[in-house]
Design a protein around this ligand. Structure first.
Ligand code: ME8
Length: 644
């Protein structure tokens, strides 16, 4: 049976950060694991290069769009090559054959009657490349996903009949419980679909940087919507619409994605595939979000972790190990040098590295580096049994997408190895003339190390090749079958000396991230490591306090001309006596109602322009079918008093 594993294709509007690296590491680990087991595996990654966002980024950088895309795409490819990512294909959505495949798919959907032409009027978020209905906007203006300002766009558009697929999708989710992994993420998708699906605009006329329409439609005004273009990469990479030689890999076994793009993969993509009469992917694996030292990473904060910088400082494979071990798949995770260094020193250097060094040292001293498993069963059947139990349990953890548990279990092997040395004290046995027993202990540990190296190989390919080199064998499907499946022991061999694999790290090797200005409570919270939550909807208290809420007194209020919704307010926030906030509350309050009253203000919101006016903050309000009311302090409070 063949396997097909994918990462998202990354936008070429900026360079890779550790979030991108994480998705790629997980997918690469799984691909390597499947290959190790002898599966014929196709692993796809690449770059997403069309759309308004890329066009605008290129313009900002004063570069022709294609050249800009070429340059950034190359930075991703070079990084993955440097990290030894074992992709079988690196797709670019500007590849000719990809674009032909997208046009073909569009034609098929059109001929089927799933695509029709109409007009679209709506609020468009360029950053998310998504239209939102007014009801979903924050404050009547802002994107519910990224918080940026949206633009009103009216244009002719082709629509995909997503609404036709509502029932089919719900049926599919119900019948395939493990389609969305982890399961805790499935509900948000199901509820979204149950809330009703509107037809999806799948072309744009407001810019030209996209896949052209199929010539059969003879409609040059439009280019394809970037998400239609992007999602189709998973089949065009296999030759869809052209030389279909690799289509036998379809359906994908798993698409790895961040939780931010789960909806596109679990709703739109299956609907497109149903329309194309193609089978659906077996799993969508949605992972959580990485922060740095508990803070959201962003260019403006200057705290984005560059995977290249981390790899140069600590080693790329150590980073792979850390990211996979640190966070349960699906949950949010935090990158901190302290946590990373702790794992390098205790798990990699102490548990694994020292064990190998001890074996090299003892075998050199006791038997001129020769290892022979002849007496292992006689003296160490208990350890062999424990080892085999661990080996047998491992498979299920990767199948359930639990790399952290996989590694945790795998580490039990090193505990068995270190334990048996401690208990048997081979150095005492050598002195007492019990050489056979001493050598059996060295040999059992060498066997444990060999098998552990095979199973760790998908996570740390180069490091484990060095271990295998020291133990004079090669890691491949055959040795996997012999050592892990058939549980055979190593034959007689000579150990090779290798330099220590994991030098201890005494202090941080990278500059710390610039500190944000935390409130005292946030600071206190930072002392404890954020604990991964079982329920992803829960937040740390520190996250709550990242929002600066303050009591404000409305000093001035006026209507915004030509706007049905907006009022312009000047608010006294204590230290700042005239904060301008433009709020969508005109239908519920007149300016006179507000002047002199108190409100609660989100005071650290990025300023944004609403109908040409700067707005620096947001009012807290509650809205239901009876209307909207502001949330205010129960008793008058000094302007600027923190809320929380
Ligand atoms: O969304 N933590 O591309 P993109 C964890 N082109 N993962 C993160 C992360 C973070 N802080 N930031 C990014 C796109 N990622 C589309 C995809 S697929 C047909 C089209 C990872 O460059 C995560 O996997 O914004 C997320 O889904 C992906 O990068 C988004 O990369």
């Amino acid at each position: 049976m063949s396997k097909y594993i994918t990462t998202p294709i990354y936008y070429v509007n900026g360079e890779a950060h550790i979030g991108h690296a994480y998705t790629t590491f997980i997918a690469d680990t799984l691909a390597r694991y499947e290959r190790l087991k002898g599966e014929d595996t196709f692993f796809l990654t690449g770059t997403d290069e069309h759309g308004q966002k890329i066009e605008e980024s290129a313009a900002k950088n004063n570069k022709p769009t294609q050249q800009f895309a070429d340059e950034i795409s190359a930075t991703f490819k070079n990084l993955w090559d440097e990290f030894d990512i074992s992709y079988d294909k690196f797709i670019r959505t500007t590849d000719e054959d990809h674009m032909r495949g997208v046009q073909k798919a569009f034609e098929v959907m059109y001929e089927k009657g799933d695509i029709y032409k109409d007009f679209y009027e709506g609020h468009y978020c360029v950053s998310c490349e998504t239209f939102f209905p007014e009801t979903q906007l924050v404050d009547g203006e802002f994107c519910p996903d990224c918080g940026r300002s949206t633009n009103i766009v009216k244009e002719e558009s082709y629509f995909f009949r997503l609404s036709n697929y509502e029932d089919k999708l719900l049926k599919y989710y119900a019948e395939h419980e493990d389609f969305i992994m982890p399961r805790s993420r499935a509900n948000e998708v199901i509820n979204f679909v149950k809330g009703g699906l509107r037809d999806l605009s799948v072309t744009r006329t407001s810019f030209s940087w996209g896949v052209k329409m199929p010539s059969s439609l003879n409609d040059d005004k439009h280019v394809m919507y970037v998400w239609l273009d992007a999602l189709l990469n998973y089949i065009t990479a296999l030759g869809y619409g052209g030389d279909e030689a690799n289509m036998n890999y379809w359906p994908a076994d798993i698409h790895f994605v961040g939780k931010d793009i789960l909806r596109f993969h679990a709703i739109y993509w299956p609907a497109f595939l149903m329309s194309l009469d193609l089978p659906l992917p077996k799993h969508i694996g949605a992972h959580g979000w990485w922060t740095r030292d508990g803070e959201k990473m962003s260019k403006s904060k200057g705290n984005v972790v560059s995977p290249k910088e981390v790899a140069d400082a600590y080693g790329a494979e150590n980073l792979r190990y850390f990211m996979l071990r640190e966070v349960p798949f699906g949950q949010d995770g935090d990158f901190s040098q302290r946590a990373f260094i702790d794992r390098i020193n205790s798990e990699l250097s102490n548990d694994l590295g020292n064990l190998l060094n001890r074996i090299i040292g003892m075998s050199g001293k006791y038997s001129d580096f020769e290892i022979d498993s002849v007496d292992v069963v006689k003296y160490h059947s208990k350890e062999l049994e424990a080892m085999n139990a661990v080996l047998d349990s491992l498979d299920s953890f990767l199948e359930k997408l639990q790399p952290h548990r996989y590694l945790e279990e795998l580490w039990k092997l090193f505990a068995i190895g270190n334990g048996v040395i401690q208990e048997s004290e081979p150095w005492v046995k050598m002195k007492n003339g019990q050489k056979d027993e001493a050598l059996a202990t060295v040999a059992v540990v060498a066997n444990i190390l060999a098998k552990a190296a095979v199973m760790l190989h998908p996570v740390m390919p180069k490091t484990t090749n060095t271990i295998a080199d020291a133990l004079a064998f090669e890691i491949n499907t055959e040795s996997y079958k012999e050592l892990v499946v058939d549980k055979k022991l190593l034959k007689v061999f000579n150990i090779k000396k290798v330099p220590p694999l994991f030098p201890r790290v005494e202090e941080p090797l990278m500059q710390e991230a610039p500190k944000a200005e935390p409130t005292p409570i946030v600071k206190e919270e930072k002392k404890s490591k954020p604990v991964a939550q079982e329920d992803d909807n829960l937040i740390e208290i520190g996250q709550f306090f990242e929002t600066s809420l303050k009591v404000g007194t409305v000093v001035e209020a006026e209507e915004v001309p030509k706007s049905k919704k907006l009022l312009k307010l000047q608010i006294d926030l204590g230290e700042e006596s005239n904060r301008q906030v433009v709020a969508g509350i005109k239908e519920f309050y007149s300016p006179q109602d507000l002047i002199g009253t108190q409100v609660c203000v989100v005071a650290n919101l990025k300023p944004a322009k609403l109908m040409g006016m700067m707005s620096a903050g947001m009012l807290l309000a509650a809205k239901d079918e009876d209307g909207l009311c502001l949330i205010r302090p129960e008793k008058p409070k000094k302007a600027g008093t923190p809320v929380g």
